[in-house]
Write a protein of this length. Sequence first.
Length: 465
Amino acid sequence: MRGPRPGRPPAAQAHPVSADEQPGGRAAGGGFEPGLRSRGGSAPRAARSARDGGDRPSRGERPGRRRGGLGGLVRFLAFAFALAAVVLVVGLTALRPVVARAVVDWAAGNPGALRVPLVADLVREDLGPNLVTAASSDPAQVEFSVTPGDTASTIASRLAEEGLLRDPRAFVFIAVERGLDGQLEAGSFILRRNMTPDQLVTSLLQARDLSVTISLREGLRIEQIAAKLETLPLTMDVQAFYRLATRPPASLLADYPWLDLPRGASLEGFLAPDTYRVLPDTSPEEFIRMLLDRFREIVGPDRLAVPKERGLSFYQVLTLASIVEHEAVVDPERPLIAGVYENRLRRRMLLQADPTVFYGHDTLELAKLPFGQWPTYLFWAPFGQRLADVEFPPELAGYQTYRHKGLIPGPICTPSLASIDAALAPDTSGGYLYFVAKGDGSNTHAFARTFKEHQANLVKYGYQP
């Protein structure tokens, strides 16, 4: 294209108008027919471009249509993404139970997976109340053993088998959650049946064995048991234990009809000797029930059902056995010693049993001491007075067997099974009425049928010159 002739001004556009006056809203300079150029070359075009902001569509484009096409694409993509999200949500909602079940089942065999938050959340949801609820409302204490090689899973399975867990996964879940699944130590533990899964984990994996061992031998009276409890790391109110044992309420006795106690009698004689492992928070009644349950278990129903021909109730048999317990040392002599007292009862003779007087004396002395001093008291010890001269108040008079005939009012201790058997079947065949300890280290006695024979034994074994 030729440029303008020299000396002539460039041709001007006829009828110039503004962009607003252009038909169809076209901007100035954009309303020429296609193929036509403005005279004067490119300079005016550049000026117009600068004047219009420099943002003009290419020749032949319609600005309104371009903007509409881009907006439609954006709207389409937004719709597509929304639709995909709806489909995904619907799909996940429908498949969630299936997926969750698969994850939960997989985690059951792979406890380590519980460390993954998503897996833990699904398992927690599946466990529901079993995660926090005890398997029983029974507070009874039970012994549970963890053996070498046990894992949290094997322990959980046994707990469930023994009725201590509703769902074994709860134990494993909590153990992993608390980081205790690797802290396993073999041993024997005392648990309660009403412990929650979390408490079971604490008892077995974190706190170790918190149980307290209570060893009660044969021949202890109630006050000795109380004194023993006072020395142990128990939270128990031991004085409440003593009151319960000496004055058992009707509500307690109703659960043990086999006791058949005389009115107002204590539980003396029925608190079974054994080694007990209990939790520190064991209550007085809970422990007494343990002792009574153990007594019945040891003695058995056959011994409790004393034959009529024996002529005594079981309570009276137990009373006689408690005397034998403190007189005999070796088992073969127990029936013979029981036979001596049986022969004396039949002849209405004084029993003259030293242990019964010691019992009465100790009872009076303990009443003078604060409860906390009982553990230092020396029970069953000679006290430097002729036993026949000891005076007892009316409530203890029956235990002064050097003055009062007949069987004492009740047991003076809990006897051994050997002493109970001896009292059930005393050996009266020798007709013995006396015995005295030989004092030669054999722990045996010399028996006599007559007082004259007895006097000779006293001289023989150094009791009299």
